[in-house]
Design a protein around this ligand. Structure first.
Ligand SMILES: [Zn+2]
Length: 284
């Protein structure tokens, strides 16, 4: 999708302070396509903020990613001597043009390519004016942006952008992966979120047990209705529920996904439950 981005992607303005501006150029349309794809891939609810989808899937914001591709190209272009080669060739052609036309055309102080290289050099400098590798700059700008944009409501587990997000889902079935995304993002078919999203008929965020809001954390760690089942996801050594580990370690995440789907609290996973774990029940 990003093929040739160095040609068609204009540097995006004003990202230095982190906050996201609407992307310009082709990136604008492509961003909305990418966002749709992220929803499908992650199995997240529509109401899940884009910034969360990006960190959950470890896919950087598209315009930031394209900026990185462009910067990489410009720096390589200059380093390899290609930039000078092209510039000198252009000057030569210009000098051979008929005199009259030459006089009309003002020589620009800086070519567009040079301006972009200058942009790329500024883009890769940190606050101490030191040049960093492009991929590091990308992650650091993404982290800054995440700090500004992360939603206050409902997130379980820390999640600055990082590769761990991908490892978490690697061994999971699609349905398991989706339920983990929904648990981690807090955007899940339980009363607390459905009430917040003003779904008709969900006038209260409370759990039917009467002991708190029906959030994923409540179901996993506190709800008395699942007290007997809880030992299946408890820490094997301490016997306690360790939300942080359940939410992050690949093995634990798998255990949690299966447990949660088997509770059958979320109707959309019932078919998956039958298909994934049905045989196990028959066997026991
Ligand atoms: Zn409850």
């Amino acid at each position: 999708m990003a093929y040739g981005a160095a040609i068609w992607h204009p540097p995006q303005p004003g990202r230095q302070n982190g906050k996201r501006k609407a992307p310009k150029g082709p990136a604008a349309r492509m961003t909305s396509i990418q966002n749709k794809c992220l929803r499908v891939v992650s199995g997240a609810y529509r109401a899940t903020p884009i910034s969360v989808l990006e960190t959950e899937t470890f896919i950087p914001p598209l315009d930031l990613y394209l900026d990185a591709r462009l910067a990489q190209f410009r720096l390589r272009h200059k380093e390899s001597g290609m930039e000078d080669l092209v510039k000198n060739a252009c000057l030569k052609i210009r000098s051979k043009l008929p005199r009259r036309r030459r006089r009309q055309q003002q020589q620009p102080a800086q070519t567009e390519g040079e301006a972009r290289t200058q942009w790329a050099e500024a883009w890769t400098k940190d606050e101490h004016q030191e040049s960093l590798p492009v991929h590091k700059v990308l992650i650091s700008k993404w982290k800054q942006q995440w700090e500004m944009e992360k939603p206050e409501w409902g997130l379980l587990g820390a999640r600055t952008p990082g590769r761990a997000a991908v490892k978490r889902h690697a061994a999971l079935h699609k349905a398991e992966s989706a339920v983990i995304t929904q648990i981690r993002t807090g955007r899940i078919g339980l009363a607390a979120f459905l009430n917040k999203a003003r779904v008709p008929g969900m006038e209260s965020p409370a759990c039917s047990c009467g002991w708190g809001k029906e959030t994923a954390a409540h179901i996993i760690a506190h709800c008395p209705q699942f007290a007997e089942l809880r030992h299946q996801i408890a820490d094997r050594r301490t016997g306690r529920i360790d939300l942080k580990t359940l939410m992050s370690s690949p093995d634990e995440v798998r255990r949690l996904a299966k447990w949660f789907i088997q509770l059958k609290l979320l109707p959309q996973f019932n078919l998956a439950e039958e298909l994934l774990y049905g045989n196990e029940e028959n066997g026991s």
